[in-house]
Design a protein around this ligand. Structure first.
Ligand code: SF4
Length: 340
């Protein structure tokens, strides 16, 4: 792992226009409605590290993933990969860049073409980038199957002939085919059984060590994140509310939302620490609360929280967006958490 940022995201936003049809809006005198899926997000991912992005469903983490690989165009802000804007991914010059970043999707059942044999699935990116001869492609497919713990004899089988974990291994082999440096992994193990999850996570860690890969790892599961991440960014309603090195985040969570998420991890060690119960639901992003978006669920809420959006401040190794942290009064409150 190095301190050199491979990926740099500065104040990135992604808004979707979800207004009704024009005529209906005019007749009913309704204004346009914007869904702010991602709203002013900034972070870097250093070469060789794993940055995890966590949060409940609907917080905008998958939208960030899609922004990074160019599947969505940002409404505002900058996203750079190795010093180049990812907007070039859609141009002829961006072809080389496209090869260097790949995505692994959540559902290996849906992301593999059921009518293609494994060899064709894995070789497809090599064909698209068109750098290898047919023989070289065949050799590379065998190499990749071995890399992900499958056998070259699996090349002629179809996806339905494999288990869920094996299918995710095929997805990983396909993502690695063009020798990328950066993988965006969107909940890569959440569709798998717990025992299989651990095997796939271990494989991903091994591949990272062997091939020098950099990961953005998206998950709603903090136990999984603890296993793989070097740093963790916690998202809530389109914003990053806390970003810290993994150990600092798990041992001393600062933001009340991070504390709430950690409280949800089962206390298998039987520490008996007091917890923040996971209360309430993520508000409707079309009608977000005023001030701090977490205030309707926060046990530490004060008046200022309902009025002003907290700025992101540095607190020790962490960056946190919370008035209580910024003004110091949160540290006087009882810490209700269970860092496991
Ligand atoms: Fe809670 Fe206020 Fe901090 Fe928001 S700003 S997380 S409401 S203490």
């Amino acid at each position: 792992m190095t301190d050199r940022p491979l990926v740099k995201v500065e104040n990135a936003s992604c808004w979707f226009d979800v207004s009704g049809p024009w005529l209906e809006r005019v007749l009913k005198r309704r204004s346009r409605i914007q869904l702010k899926a991602v709203n002013g997000v900034s972070f870097t991912v250093n070469k060789g590290e794993t940055l995890a992005l966590v949060g409940e469903s609907g917080c905008g983490k998958s939208t960030v993933a899609r922004l990074l690989v160019g599947l969505y165009t940002p409404t505002g802000g900058n996203i750079e990969f190795d010093g180049q804007p990812v907007s070039v991914l859609h141009t002829r010059e961006g072809r080389q860049l496209r090869q260097r970043l790949q995505m692994i999707f959540q559902d290996p059942y849906a992301s593999l073409n059921p009518r293609w044999r494994v060899a064709r699935i894995i070789a497809e990116p090599l064909k698209v980038h068109g750098q290898l001869s047919r023989e070289e492609r065949e050799k590379r497919v065998d190499e990749l199957l071995l890399h992900v713990g499958l056998s070259p004899t699996d090349r002629d089988r179809y996806p339905h002939q494999f288990s869920g974990g094996q299918r995710q291994r095929i997805s990983i082999a396909r993502a690695l085919a063009a020798r990328p440096e950066f993988l965006v992994c969107d909940e890569p193990t959440s569709a798998l059984d717990v025992s299989v999850q651990a095997q796939v996570l271990n494989l991903m860690k091994k591949l990272q060590r062997d091939l020098g890969l950099t990961y953005l790892f998206i998950s709603h599961n903090l136990a999984v994140v603890h296993h793989v991440a070097d740093r963790v960014a916690v998202m809530y309603l389109g914003k990053i509310v806390e970003l810290a090195p993994r150990d600092a985040l798990f041992s001393q969570p600062r933001h009340p939302y991070t504390r709430m998420l950690l409280s949800a991890i089962p206390d298998t060690a039987g520490t008996g620490k007091r917890r923040i119960p996971v209360a309430g639901e993520v508000p409707n992003p079309l009608n977000p609360p005023s001030g701090c978006p977490f205030h309707p669920r926060c046990p530490y809420v004060r008046d200022i929280c309902k009025q002003a959006m907290p700025a992101t401040v540095t607190d020790g190794p962490a960056e946190v967006a919370c008035h209580g942290v910024e003004q110091g009064w949160l540290s006087e409150e009882p810490v209700l958490t269970q860092p496991g």
